[in-house]
Ligand binder design. Sequence first.
Ligand SMILES: Nc1ncnc2c1ncn2[C@@H]1O[C@H](COP(=O)(O)OP(=O)(O)OP(=O)(O)O)[C@@H](O)[C@H]1O
Ligand SMILES: [Zn+2]
Length: 613
Amino acid sequence: MSAIQSPLSALSVEENVSDLIHKSRVLVVGAGGIGCEILKNLALSGFQDIEIIDLDTIDVSNLNRQFLFRKEHVGKPKAVVAGLSIKSYNPDLKIKTYHDSITSQDYGVNFFKKFNLVLNALDNRAARNHVNRMCLAADVPLIESGTSGYSGQVELIKKSVTQCYECQPKPAQKTFPGCTIRNTPSEPVHCIVWAKHLFNQLFGEDDADQDVSPDAEDPEAKVEGEHSATDSGNVKRTSTRQWAQDIKYEPAQLFNKFFKNDIEYLLTMENLWKTRKPPGPLSWEEAASHAGDTNEDSNDVRVTDMQVWSVSKCAKVFSDTIGDLKEALSDKSFLVWDKDDKSAMDFVTACANIRAHIFSIPTKSRFAIKSIAGNIIPAIATANAIIAGLVVLQAFRVLVQEYEKCPSVYLRKKSVHSKFLLAADKQVTKANPTCYVCSPQPFVNVFVNVETMTVKEFETELLKKHLNMVAPDAVLDGKGMVVISSEEGETEANDNKKLKEIGIVDGSILKCDDFLQNYELTVAINHYEAKEKDDPLFKVVANPEDLKAKESQNGQEDGSKSDKKQNAEESDEDDLMVVDEQEDPQEGSSKRRKLNPPDERVDEDDDLCIVEA
Ligand SMILES: Nc1ncnc2c1ncn2[C@@H]1O[C@H](COP(=O)(O)OP(=O)(O)OP(=O)(O)O)[C@@H](O)[C@H]1O
Ligand SMILES: [Zn+2]
């Protein structure tokens, strides 16, 4: 077979690669936006043995970009339909599909070992972390990819050659201080977060961190020399749900509590309003007959979605959706908020806008609120296609074990003359020697309050949610005592005990492991007491050097970066180069050059790798 010329001219598929393509078995994890593109590329470039796993079914909103699916497939499993669609390109394709989560215990290390290559096309960190660990354990190369709007990235992960997905800590999701949400919102997003919390208080799973009532503990509200108003404040703090049930979710009463009484209580916290505009309490009667209404009773969802609802429309929607949600709750113990559930989304739109009106914050359309509430960054089909193309080009190199030729590649939005810019690291990034996942002896320092944290919290919040273990076991070093077991019921008696009560104290060492992930981690316990109200429940520090860096950083003036960080940023940029380029239709030439620093890039078109959108 003659060489296949790749879209990016640097790479051509030679005879031996094409042979390997035919023989290799590939696993694609996720059949969404990027997954569909990857699957099409695999099928068309000659791969013959493909397995696909996806836990989801096809939603109508997927059809605009997940082109392996059609209208008649809505509701069917993505993996199955994607498999059937690519088989139509090539009936000789051997396809196996799984409508399941890759984190299920059914897909252990032996499952992963069957593959020559794993390609991730996921949309969440937890699943990515898990596949990362499984591929390290099975020593199978993994190509990780993702897009966010116009940006994207492709990264090879190969044990002992490159860094792993968890080598560098990822930034935490943006959160807002509780006092801002409960007492002093100043932006629409604060009202939207509050409205989602209100949904959960009334209909969702109980979560003490999502209280919506005024927070009398707010340090800003305290008058000097006065003790906190803990008892008198926090109106109906503990039993919002119970109270709502007692009054049979009567809309006017609920409305008056959240939008009138609680706001009146906030006004008594005078310190808060010395430099801010005070909120204006709103009663049910006032809202229902609020002036300034327009004719909004359109049934066309395109109209109601883009309109900014008036106060009286919000009050009506509040009342209607409470009825619907109450009914939905009748045969369940709680509801889960979902942006695509009409009543849940309408409820949040109405409540967020009423609160915004009360605090003189601009109100927003349902469409705008949905994208903020659902953390939606629009998916760009072209970005997915570019990234999926790069994934398969990297796959060719991986098959011939040219790992060193697979540095990470980035897609960025270029604003002036072209839509996209491709750049790559100069070389593959080596593993972080203190990574708590891929280093030879994974180790982590954990800072927890051993007097207040329970064993169950340690297991759920720290080992599972933060350190991403699926079914952890933990043994107290030195004593050999099993404190957490993945065997059901074996250590249940420990669940509600504080760490200290079972001998986990400052200086203790826990040997934790996850059998499924074939992952062992030594955890050093440090006793830590949160000082500020918004301090985290615990801290995890993989590299003891990070602690030193923080200490010296504390000595610096506010806002200054540590030298270490600045150097890192500079050298990051230095490491960037243009991957390759196609002919610019205007320039008609093809060059390969090092990329200039970001600020200089904008006007230098001939330095860019342009991909037509
Ligand atoms: N643990 C998992 N196991 C298997 N598949 C997963 C897992 N987690 C996520 N996925 C799948 O990864 C895919 C990611 O695709 P994508 O980012 O396009 O998301 P989407 O859900 O299709 O679209 P959107 O979120 O924009 O509505 C989804 O199809 C999702 O079902
Ligand atoms: Zn690592």
